[in-house]
Design a protein around this ligand. Structure first.
Ligand SMILES: Nc1nc2c(ncn2[C@@H]2O[C@H](COP(=O)(O)OP(=O)(O)OP(=O)(O)O)[C@@H](O)[C@H]2O)c(=O)[nH]1
Ligand SMILES: [Mg+2]
Ligand SMILES: [Zn+2]
Length: 298
C-alpha cells in the first residue's frame, strides 16, 4: 500500500491527527512497535501514514526531529512568533525581553508581532519598539486585525510561509484573533478567556498546529509561563543577542556585566550601541536569578 507523508497536528489520548499530503487530516493510531522502542510521536512530527479508508490511518514512521520543546510538547519548530499588544494591555518591554531570552534559550528563531496597531497611542509605542528590536535583527511586524493591517501576503503570511511557527504571548494580546483570521477553520475562540477553563485535563500540554498557507501555526497557552530561574548566572548574557554582537569579548571571560572592570557591555550601553532598557532588563533578570538561587540554597 502507498504510504502518505504528513505532519502530526494534534495528539490526544493515543490518537494522532495527521495533516497529510492530501491536504486534509487523518485520525491515526501509531504502530505498536513505537511503544516497544520508547518512541512516542508528538505534535510537529513528520510521519508516514498507511491510510485506512478515507479518513484514518496508521503512523508507521517518524522522521528525525530537528528540535523538541517540552512546554508545550512540540517538535520541529522553525520559529516562535512573540505576540505583544502595543496597547491594551500596554506593552511591557520587560516581559518582551524576558520572553526573548527564554526562546533564545530554546535555540528557536524569533519573530515579533505587535498587535492592536489601530488603537490610540499605538504609533509611538510601535516606533520605539521597532527601533529597538529591528536593530537587533528580529523580524518585526505591526498588525491590526481590526483594520486588516499587516496580515497580507507580504507581511505576516510571508513570515509564516513554509515554517512551523508557535505563537507565544500573554493573555488578551490577540493570538487567537490572528489564528482565526489566518485559519478560519481553526475555530479559535477570541475574546474569551483561554483554553484552561473549558476543557479537560489535556489543557496545559494541549497544542494544535493549523495549516496556514504552506506552513503551520500553533496557539500555545503553556508557552507564556516562562521561568528562567534555573539558568546559571553566566548563561543569561548570551541570551541577549545584542550583547553578544556588541561586546563579544565579555563572553570569553564569563563577565556578568554588572560592576566588572572593562565590561564591554557597559561601554556599549554608554555609547548607545546597546539600548539601555535591554541592559536594565538584563540586570533585573539577573537579580531574579540570584534571588531564586538564594531561596533554593537557604
Ligand atoms: N482593537 C483591536 N483589538 C484586537 C486586535 N486583535 C485582537 N483584539 C481584541 O483583543 C481581545 C483579545 O484577543 P484574543 O485573540 O482572544 O487574545 P489571546 O491572545 O488569544 O488571549 P488568550 O487566549 O487569553 O491568551 C479580543 O477582544 C480581540 O477582539 C486588534 O488588532 N485591534
Ligand atoms: Mg486565545
Ligand atoms: Zn561584561
Amino acid at each position: 500500500m502507498e504510504l502518505l507523508t504528513g505532519r502530526i497536528v494534534k495528539a490526544i489520548s493515543g490518537f494522532y491527527y495527521v495533516f497529510t499530503a492530501e491536504q486534509r487530516v487523518r485520525c491515526c493510531r501509531a504502530r505498536g512497535v513505537f511503544k516497544k522502542r520508547g518512541i512516542s510521536p508528538v505534535v510537529g512530527d513528520q510521519v508516514e501514514v498507511e491510510p485506512i479508508g478515507a479518513n484514518e490511518g496508521i503512523v508507521v514512521s517518524v522522521a528525525q526531529r530537528t528540535n523538541q520543546l517540552v512546554r508545550p510538547v512540540i517538535s520541529n519548530v522553525d520559529q516562535a512568533l512573540l505576540v505583544f499588544a502595543l496597547v491594551d494591555p500596554p506593552l511591557s518591554f520587560f516581559q518582551l525581553d524576558k520572553m526573548i531570552a527564554a526562546i533564545e534559550r530554546e535555540r528557536v528563531a524569533i519573530a515579533i508581532a505587535f498587535t492592536k496597531g489601530d488603537l490610540p497611542g499605538a504609533d509611538a509605542v510601535f516606533a520605539a519598539a521597532n527601533a529597538i528590536y529591528s536593530a537587533i535583527g528580529y523580524p518585526v511586524t505591526r498588525l491590526s486585525v481590526k483594520q486588516g493591517l499587516g496580515l497580507g501576503r507580504t507581511e505576516l503570511s510571508h513570515l509564516l510561509a513554509d515554517k512551523v511557527t508557535v505563537m507565544a504571548g500573554q493573555s488578551g494580546v490577540g493570538k487567537s484573533t490572528i489564528l482565526s483570521h489566518l485559519s478560519p477553520e481553526s475555530g479559535a475562540i477570541t475574546g474569551a478567556v483561554g483554553e484552561r477553563s473549558h476543557r479537560g485535563r489535556h489543557t496545559t500540554t494541549h497544542v494544535e498546529l493549523f495549516p496556514v498557507d504552506s506552513g503551520f501555526l500553533a496557539d500555545t497557552p503553556g508557552f507564556s509561563q516562562i521561568d528562567l530561574t534555573d539558568l546559571e548566572l553566566d548563561d543569561l548574557g548570551p541570551l541577549f543577542r545584542d550583547f553578544v554582537q556588541q561586546a563579544p569579548q565579555c563572553e570569553f571571560r564569563g563577565c556578568l556585566h554588572e560592576v566588572e572592570q572593562g565590561c564591554e557591555v557597559r561601554v556599549a550601553v554608554e555609547q548607545q550601541r546597546i539600548v539601555r532598557s535591554r541592559y536594565t532588563h538584563y540586570l533585573q533578570l539577573l537579580q531574579e536569578l540570584k534571588e531564586a538561587k538564594a531561596r533554593r540554597y537557604s
